[in-house]
Design a protein around this ligand. Sequence first.
Ligand SMILES: CC(C)(COP(=O)(O)OP(=O)(O)OC[C@H]1O[C@@H](n2cnc3c(N)ncnc32)[C@H](O)[C@@H]1OP(=O)(O)O)[C@@H](O)C(=O)NCCC(=O)NCCS
Length: 182
Amino acid sequence: MSTQTLKAPANIKLARLGEDTIVPPFECGDNDLNDFLMNDAKNYSKSLLAVTYLLQADDEIVAYFSLSNDRLIKNDRERPVWNRINRIIPNDKRRRSYPAVKIGRLAVAKKYAGKRLGSYIILAIQNMYINEPQRAGCRFLMVDAYKNALPFYQKNDFKFLTEQDYNDDTRIMYFDLKAILA
Ligand SMILES: CC(C)(COP(=O)(O)OP(=O)(O)OC[C@H]1O[C@@H](n2cnc3c(N)ncnc32)[C@H](O)[C@@H]1OP(=O)(O)O)[C@@H](O)C(=O)NCCC(=O)NCCS
């Protein structure tokens, strides 16, 4: 996977949700995700807790995602995973946590599912953090992935952080942004 393959689907624009943005009804098949966009996203932005981005085609919202600062923290009970992560960090820069950004929410409208828009969003986020100027370091993408979306994130090269959440409704996954540059 490479940021070079980033190409906006025809007629679809990526825009940041603003206070004045009109949000038309959105249906992705998950009520919490629908509701967040309609009722919470602007408040999260005002409270500096998450920034939401929209994929829009004409007057329609095709997909959205929201981002928040995060960190990937060492889990002492998952040594092999942590060793794998540390191996890619130079010795003198190894820490108990690394800067990250969390994909707090990601949803594609039902009628657009399966058309690679979700994967396009992952590429767009990688592009934001690799190719755009940053004010702070950010090494990893993180997500608490819904069970139904695990194959989607795996296909986009996200890895599990722990096996302890194997039976949970969501699982923590991460993606190393540096891997794109390697
Ligand atoms: C999960 C979601 C974001 C995927 O977006 P999408 O645009 O439909 O996914 P893509 O077309 O980019 O799929 C990429 C790959 O993942 C696979 N995939 C996507 N969703 C999948 C699912 N639910 N189950 C199994 N595989 C899935 C696709 O088959 C495709 O595989 P391929 O490369 O072998 O063809 C979208 O279906 C969605 O919004 N679902 C409802 C909300 C949700 O669950 N959000 C995730 C919150 S963590």
